[in-house]
Design a protein around this ligand. Structure first.
Ligand code: OSB
Ligand code: MG
Length: 367
């Protein structure tokens, strides 16, 4: 398709409750949206970079800058653009997977809308709805945590993920396990530990967790392999899995028994599908991570989560877990599941009024 350019749009999305992790506390999501304007259709991509480089090196203003200076010009130089052509045009730019993913997704959405095909159909979805888990932040007290978990279980969430950090691990996990019994439970440390903490982390083995997610730094593959030998809880990687090759390496080195897939972290949905395929070929289950997306990013994640090797519930929660007013029609929890959109492209679009109300700035990048 021929495109006339990209619109960058910054959107401020207050969270329904602060989300605290070992990386800091999020009160409001500062979202960068990309709108690709083609002659047959237009499409949307959501950049999952956070305002600060706490999860990975990327941050919202940096992602906007990379798109403006390098990614948009790389596509403007092509005579025709689709998601695969965009991916190869971006290969000469090192890093910045979240910026690349946002643009590639906007192009793919336009391409699929023009073709009348949904993200789910394109990626290979095999189910109409996906099981939903919820990621629960660090709280001031265990009592507050138990209240929050109780509320989510009441709503029907099928799996609870607790954020942990040194000083907030065994005690909250024990309390949740004792209070709620045999629920699906897992933890996420966002790189907050070192191998020195192996003995403390092994105490989590007593609670039959589905997995422990990314306890050690992103580049510490050998450390995760060593830690996996020192505890029984299955090792899952998030931050470390930056590509399908990284997934293959982590699996070969026994650093990951389970993989969290986030398209933004690996440069887009094309690479995310390759991560899925590499893991499937190795018998390693995957699940869909989240980055507190709006309905636009959520739509694509839910479609991806319907692929066959996504055998664990994802962080694909309903819209109201994050936002009072989303910029799309809200994703709702139905019997613990979120429905995969079936319309062309993402299958959802921004509500013009909600989008306008949340927008803090726009910029047109003409090709
Ligand atoms: O590590 O999975 C993570 C949110 C922001 C950055 C990193 C992570 C998260 C979450 C929330 O855990 C997942 C979600 O519900 O979107
Ligand atoms: Mg994580």
């Amino acid at each position: 398709m021929k495109f006339s350019g990209l619109e960058l749009r910054r959107v401020a999305m207050p969270l329904v409750a602060p989300f605290r992790t070992s990386m800091g506390t999020e009160h409001e999501r500062d979202v960068l949206l990309v709108r690709a304007v083609g002659d047959e259709a237009e499409g949307w991509g959501e950049c999952v970079a956070m305002s600060e480089p706490g999860y990975s090196a990327e941050y919202v203003a940096g992602a906007a800058d990379v798109i403006r200076r390098f990614l948009s010009p790389a596509l403007a130089a092509l005579s025709t653009v689709d998601a695969h052509l965009a991916e190869s045009a971006f290969a000469k730019v090192k890093g910045h997977p979240m910026a690349k993913a946002a643009v590639q997704t906007a192009v793919l959405d336009a391409q699929l809308r023009a073709a009348g095909m949904s993200f789910g159909a394109y990626l290979g979805a095999v189910k109409p709805a996906v099981p939903a888990g919820v990621s629960v932040g660090i709280m001031d007290t265990v009592a507050q945590l138990l209240d929050a978990v109780d509320g989510y279980l009441d709503q029907g969430y099928l799996r609870i993920k607790l954020k942990i950090e040194p000083g907030w691990d065994v005690e909250p996990v024990r309390a949740v396990r004792e209070r709620f019994g045999d629920i699906l439970l897992q933890v996420d440390a966002n790189c907050a530990y070192t191998l020195q903490d192996a003995r403390q982390l092994a105490r989590l083995d007593a609670f039959d967790l589905l997995l422990i997610e990314q306890p050690l730094p992103e580049d510490d593959i050998r450390g995760h392999a060593e830690l996996a030998r020192r505890m029984r809880t299955p090792m899952c990687l998030d931050e470390s899995i930056t590509s399908a090759r990284a997934a293959a390496d982590a699996i070969a080195l026994h650093a990951a028994a389970i993989v969290n897939i986030k398209p933004g972290r690996v440069g887009g949905y094309l690479e995310a599908r390759r991560v899925h395929d590499v893991c499937a070929a190795s018998g390693v289950p995957v699940w869909a991570g989240g980055m507190l997306e709006t309905g636009l990013g959520r739509a694509a994640n839910v479609a991806l989560a319907a692929l066959p090797n996504f055998t664990l519930p994802g962080d694909t929660s309903a819209s109201d877990r994050y936002y009072r007013t989303d910029i799309t029609a809200p994703f709702r929890l139905e019997d613990g599941h979120v429905r995969v959109p079936t319309g062309p492209g993402l299958g959802v679009g921004p509500d013009p009024d909600a989008l306008a109300a949340a927008t803090t700035g726009t910029e047109w990048l003409a090709w």
